[in-house]
Design a protein around this ligand. Structure first.
Ligand SMILES: Cc1cc2nc3c(=O)[nH]c(=O)nc-3n(C[C@H](O)[C@H](O)[C@H](O)COP(=O)(O)O)c2cc1C
Length: 399
């Protein structure tokens, strides 16, 4: 069936925009026309009907700012009321017993009863069609303790936001959490490309559960320093992990992420949680991803490359400079063995500082408190408390 046109986003969030009028009276109006429109600066867009009288629109235009809160499912009746009564006629917030606090960064009322509220400064408006589109740069987000998860972020299942269907004119609550963004779709990566497998029947959860077991076995084998013959299922697992690593690093390397988000994404890349004090400046690249471990207080600067199949262990407090390469694979020396792969773990003991553009090769252990000078190519173990420099790197000083 083809239906007539309708401004339909399915479902819509329910937002509540608030602003002070020129006499300092707070008003609020319910909005479905709410959307993100930019990461830099972090900006939201709301659209308010300019063909009808809306007190909130007038107040936002006058004050140059607004707050945008998100009601919970159990606040549906209050939200609905704010969308059918006008502040021109009544003090709507008083009518539902809601109170407000002055914004921290803007002169806009923040509704105390809402769990998540954005403080926004108007950075632009457009009049298109029936509505005025208002662009609000988000200056801060109020989030009540009840919606914050253990990683310090608002968790949507705790926030229980109200949604609405503009077509059916019904409110809905969110369903269950379905799965991780930029992870669920990875089952299809590479499918349908030239030479790729277009069938998706084998991309379901079973294969991934199987992969988890196989990955554990592969990592143990690499840990024992054993070879992995090409053409074996284990070898093919390298390829699947490489594509997963490309997907996660693409997410890390695109757009802006705060430190907590980078820790979450890097944990996903390496398949285990990183310590709280771990810091990363993107971009970062990994050939495999699943054989990296980082200690407490490690900092990795931008542009580093992890060819980590053989294992990269970075001890507590290590600092890795720009564009450092960890290369854990050698090829066979003899031409007839040139396509063989030999893996060897790289270990940095605690408190190692690796200068920019250094390359550390397969099997190397760098002793604690040592320094690798910028541009060095480290082919052999480095004793503790040593400074190495050059190509190949040699000890130039003992600390
Ligand atoms: C669920 C819901 C969503 C709404 N979405 C919008 C919207 O996106 N834009 C808009 O201009 N009005 C929207 N309205 C209507 C306004 O909230 C309503 O006209 C309100 O009474 C305006 O109040 P005010 O005059 O105090 O600003 C919506 C109403 C409801 C109930």
């Amino acid at each position: 069936m083809i239906l007539p046109p309708k401004a339909l986003v399915y479902p819509m969030p329910v937002g509540i925009a608030t602003a002070y009028d020129h006499e300092g009276r707070a008003d609020a109006c319910t909005l479905g026309f709410v959307g993100m429109c930019s990461h830099v600066p972090e900006t939201v867009m709301i659209a308010i009907n300019s063909t009808a009288r809306r007190k909130t629109l007038e107040s936002i235009k006058e004050s140059g700012c607004f707050a945008l809160g998100f009601p919970r499912k159990d606040q549906a009746a209050q939200a609905d009321y704010l969308g059918i009564e006008s502040g021109y006629r009544t003090d709507k917030l008083a009518a539902i017993g809601y109170t407000v606090t002055e914004g921290r960064d803007v002169h806009a009322p923040v509704i105390d009863q809402l769990d998540v509220t954005l403080e926004c400064r108007v950075v632009g408006t457009t009049d298109f069609g029936s509505h005025t589109q208002i662009f609000g740069e988000i200056l801060c987000i109020h989030a009540s303790d009840r919606v914050i998860d253990e990683s310090g972020r608002p968790d949507m299942s705790l926030a229980d936001p109200l949604m609405y269907d503009d077509y059916g004119m019904q409110y809905y609550s969110l369903g269950e959490k379905v799965g991780r963004v930029a992870k669920l779709g990875r089952a299809f990566l590479g499918k349908g490309r030239d030479g790729g497998d277009v069938a998706v029947a084998d991309a379901g959860p079973d294969q991934h559960q199987g992969d988890e077991g196989a990955l554990k076995g592969l990592l143990e084998k690499l840990d024992r320093g054993e070879e992995v013959a090409s053409g074996t299922p284990e070898f093919e697992l390298f390829d699947r992990c490489a594509r997963e690593a490309q997907a996660v690093t693409a997410a890390i390397n695109t757009g802006y992420h705060d430190e907590a988000e980078l820790r979450r994404l890097f944990s996903e890349l390496i398949g285990k949680d990183v310590p709280q004090g771990f810091r990363l400046f993107p971009p970062v690249y990994a050939d495999f991803g699943k054989n990296i471990s980082v200690g407490e207080g490690v900092f990795i600067n931008s542009g580093c490359c992890f060819q980590d199949q053989g294992g990269v262990r970075i001890g507590d407090g290590c600092q890795i400079g720009h564009q450092v390469v960890f290369a854990t694979i050698d090829h066979g020396m003899e031409p007839e063995h040139r396509h063989d792969l030999h893996f060897g773990r790289i270990t940095l003991e605690e408190n190692v500082w690796v200068g920019s553009h250094a390359t550390i090769l397969r099997g190397v252990t760098v002793g604690h408190d040592s320094i690798i000078a910028a541009g060095a190519v480290v082919t052999r173990d480095v004793p503790p408390r040593s400074v190495v420099a050059g190509v190949p790197a040699r000890v130039v000083k003992t600390i």
